[in-house]
Structure formats: C-alpha cells, structure tokens
Design a protein around this ligand. Structure first.
Ligand code: SAH
Length: 495
C-alpha cells in the first residue's frame, strides 16, 4: 500500500498560529520532514513513535538539497507511511511546495496541502501593520528579494511603483538597500513609510519603522537580520498606532518555567499570551511507581480509610490509574471523603467527576493537615510523591490523626541540560518560576556546582517553595496563593 504526503504550513513562528487541520495532520503523522525555524513545541504534537527528519536549511547552505528532500518524501510514501512535510509559513508561498509535489504526482502518490499562516501577512500584523486599508492601499504585492549569488535582483520595480499598494518583500534583508534603491529609482516617494519586521510573531520580534529613504540605514543600525519581512507603503505608518504586540505587558521579558513538561501548559500558555519569552526548562519529572504493592494493598482495603488526601494532580492520576488497572473504579471509594491541597489538585478529581470534600483556604500541606485534623481521627490515605513534604505527616502526627503515607510516584531530575540556561544566567537578572520545592532542588541540581545564583529571581508559588529557594541563596517573591493565576499576577506585579 502506498502512503500519503501532506504538505502542512506551520505558520510564521508563534505556535498558536498552526491551523487545526495542520494539527490533526501532525497528530496522525508517521514521518515528519521539517525545516529550520519550526517551533520545537509544534513537534511535541507528533506521536512519540513518529520518525523525525530534519532537513533544515541555513541561508546559502543547504544541508539537505531540495532534490533529496523530494526523494525522501517519495521513498517514505512508497514505504506506505503517512508523511507530513512540515514547512514554515505557507507551503506554497516561496516554500517550494510545488517542486515537492512534482515527483509525487509523477509517481501517483496521493497528497494533500494544508495552507499555513504566512509570515508575509502575520509579521506585519504582529507589528501593527494592516497590509491593506481602504484609505491607503487597495492591493498587496508579495515579492521575493532573493537573488542567485552574483546576479541582480529580478524585480520589476517600475510595475510595483505604478501599481501602488503595499509591497511585502520576503528573503530580502541582505538585499534591503538594493530593494529600497530600486523602488526610489522607479519613482517611489522618498518619504513613503516602510518597515522591517524581524522574527515576526515570536517573543523576540523586533521592528524598525522608517521611510523608504532611511530604512536600510536604520535597519543596519538596529542590526536586523533574517528572518525578516520588509513592508513598503502608506500602511507601514500605522505601525505605531496599531502596535499591540510590543505593548503586551511581558513583551521583552524572558521567563524560565521549571515545571515538568506535561504540566507546564497552562503557565507557559498564559505567560506567552502576555508576551513573555518562555524558556522551557523542566527541572523535575514525575515517574509513576510500577508494581506498587503498597498502593495496591491500600486499594484492596480502601473501605477502611476515612479520607484520601491528595497533594498533587500527579498523585490523583496515579491513584486512579492504579484503581482502574485493578479492575475497580470510582465506586470503590463509596463514602470515603476526599481532600485536595489546592484547586488544580481538586480539578484533577473533578475531571473524574469527584468532588473534593475539603480544600484548605491556604493551599499548602500544613493547612491541609490542620483541616483534616478538624474533620477526622483517620485513618487518612496519602497517595503522594516518594519525597513529599515532611510537613504533612508531621502535623498529622502532632494532631493525633492516623494515616498511611504511600509513595505513588518518584520525582526525578531530567538529565543535564544547563547549556540552555547558562547564557541567560550570565546575561543578567533571570526570572525563574518555581511551583514546588522539588522544582527548586531540580533547578539547583541541574546547574554546575558553584553557579552564581544571586541574579536569579525565584517567582514562587508558595512559602515552602520560597523557603527552599532561600536555602540556596535565591532571592524570591511569593504568590498571594498557591495557584497558577496568582503566580502570573505576581509576575505582572514584579515588573
Ligand atoms: N513559506 C514561508 C516563506 C518562506 S521564505 C511563509 O509563508 O512565511 C523565507 C522568508 O520568509 C524569510 O527570509 C523571511 O523573509 C520570511 N519569514 C519567515 N518567517 C518569518 C518570521 N517569523 N518573521 C519575519 N519573516 C519571516
């Protein structure tokens, strides 16, 4: 059986700009052939088993030549694979999508095309430039500024000037001066507004807005490089007024997120929406204990417990997965009461259609223990991390509450990956979010011994996390309550 090739446009950089159809194609891919400049986060949508082939091109330097890419697509499809050819922006706009389909069509390989959001439109949009506007421009011309080494630009400047409208140039940064001179030479006004948008739609987006006459000089002074789009036309003058992206509160701020990858989504997404450059630096992973005899025994006699108290959504997940594996379900809990340390743990219960009978008003293990003591003498089952906070059992003991502490997952530190972080730490004050004491320990552990932590600002979800920071000499700010929204609020206030 032959497979299929789907050309998918990845969008210009902001991972949120992938289309829904593009996402569905990625989720079903067996092989993905992708370019440079593709957001790594989008590759996380692939099934873990998918084969990943990086054919990324550097400017003026093609590690995998186009003919070879075409062949790879053909070979993989002939092996019967469901292949995604994942390309920046839109696959048919200066993307060689057509060339890639040629060989497939010749060989009767089925293919589909999923258009993408092109940088030609999105980079101006994120710079506050509407490419058309009833008062200023009624046409748009998208032009490549790329020329074969040594040969002149193949651009009909006269036609562009006569047509009026907005001109957007892709692949034009190295030819910026020649492009501007070409337009001026063909009679375009010196004072025509013009802009360069570098790394459009990404947290590091930068722009220069000027006039046709001065653009090349100002872009050089600002050291703008590829990838960038050049926008020439009256609409470029709207950039200041309509700038919404640079105006986001966290624009230009780099924030390190240390949560385990699987749980980073909400925090990462919210910080990004606010304009932050989020650096994923997972400092812990939770690994469910396999063959957990202790837990299985507790579950077999679950009815002898008065309460089950959860201190994390990971704990909830392992608890119910194990219950399920033992061929039981939520009914096994009968009238046992459930407690959750905070709202996200309570929510992990809620998605299983179970209500937490108790969530403390302060979301930490001490208040959880005190609240339990007011409600029961036990026994309380505590399915939690193997190295959980010592406070919970201590306070329960002090209060005379009987409990069984069962480790259900281990907290491990992912391997060394400090090389991603050290340049940031060296550059100046670094904002790092910590959502548990174990993320702090994982963070410190990941760095070479003796790393200077004095310029780290720890943005902590609660006092116990902050106390762990203090132990390592990290300055801290602490959220009003232990929730992701309160942590985000803290970050906004820290500005
Ligand atoms: N098919 C792509 C364009 C490929 S050509 C699309 O539709 O966007 C590569 C050129 O696209 C770069 O030289 C640059 O001009 C532009 N480009 C791609 N991503 C960009 C980004 N994030 N910001 C600005 N320009 C970008």
């Amino acid at each position: 059986m032959t497979g299929k090739v789907t050309l998918v446009g990845a969008g210009p950089g902001d991972p949120g700009l992938l289309t829904r159809k593009g996402e569905a194609a990625l989720r079903a891919a067996e092989v993905v052939v992708y370019d440079r400049l593709i957001a790594p986060e989008l590759l996380e949508l692939l099934p873990p088993t998918a084969e990943r082939i990086d054919v990324g091109k550097e400017a003026d330097h093609h590690p995998v030549p186009q003919w070879r890419i075409n062949e790879i697509l053909l070979e993989k499809a002939q092996e019967g694979k469901n292949v995604v050819r994942f390309k920046g922006g839109d696959p048919f706009l200066f993307g060689r999508g057509g060339e890639e389909l040629d060989l497939l069509a010749q060989n009767h390989i089925p293919f589909e095309v999923v258009p993408g959001v092109t940088s030609a439109l999105a980079a101006p949009a994120y710079a506050g430039i509407p490419v058309t506007h009833r008062d200023y421009a009624s046409s748009l011309h998208i032009v490549t500024g790329h020329a074969k080494a040594g040969s002149p630009l193949q651009i009909n400047f006269r036609a562009l000037v006569e047509a009026g409208g907005t001109c957007v140039f892709l692949m034009g940064v190295s030819a910026l001066e020649r492009i501007c001179n070409g337009l001026l030479g063909a009679g375009m006004e010196k004072e025509t507004p013009a802009a360069v948008v570098e790394w459009g739609t990404l947290p590091g987006q930068r722009k220069v807005v000027s006039t046709l006459e001065r653009l090349a000089e100002e872009a050089r002074r600002a050291e703008l490089h590829s990838p960038a789009v050049i926008v020439v036309g009256e609409v470029a003058a709207l950039s200041e007024r309509f700038d919404w992206f640079d105006a986001l509160p966290l624009k230009g701020r780099t924030i390190v997120v240390t949560r385990p990858k699987r749980r980073a989504g909400a925090l990462r997404g919210r910080l990004r929406e606010l304009g932050a450059d989020v650096v994923d630096y997972p400092c812990i992973e939770t690994v469910p204990r396999q063959e957990n005899r202790a837990l299985e025994q507790c579950l077999a006699q679950i009815s002898r417990f008065d309460w089950v108290a959860f201190t994390s959504s990971a704990g909830v997940e392992v608890f119910f997965d194990t219950l399920w594996r033992l061929e039981m379900d939520g009914r096994a809990l009968g009238d046992i009461k459930l407690a959750a340390v905070g709202p996200s743990t309570a929510q992990a219960l809620e998605v299983r259609h179970l209500r937490a009978d108790f969530v403390p008003s302060v979301y930490d293990t001490e208040h959880l223990a005190l609240g339990l003591a007011q409600r029961t003498k036990g026994p309380v089952l505590l399915p939690r991390a193997a190295v959980g906070s010592p406070i919970l059992p201590r306070v329960l003991e002090e209060q005379g509450v009987a409990f069984t502490d069962v480790p259900v997952y281990d907290t491990v530190f992912p391997g060394e990956h400090a090389e991603n972080l050290l340049p940031l730490l060296a550059a100046g004050e670094t904002w790092v979010t910590f959502t548990s004491a174990s993320t702090v320990r994982g963070f410190v552990n990941s760095l070479p011994k003796g790393t200077d932590l004095s310029r780290v600002l720890g943005l902590c979800i609660g006092p116990q996390t902050a106390a762990e920071c203090a132990r390592h000499g990290i300055r801290t700010r602490v959220a009003r309550e232990a929730t992701v929204p309160a942590l985000v609020e803290l970050i906004l206030n820290a500005l």
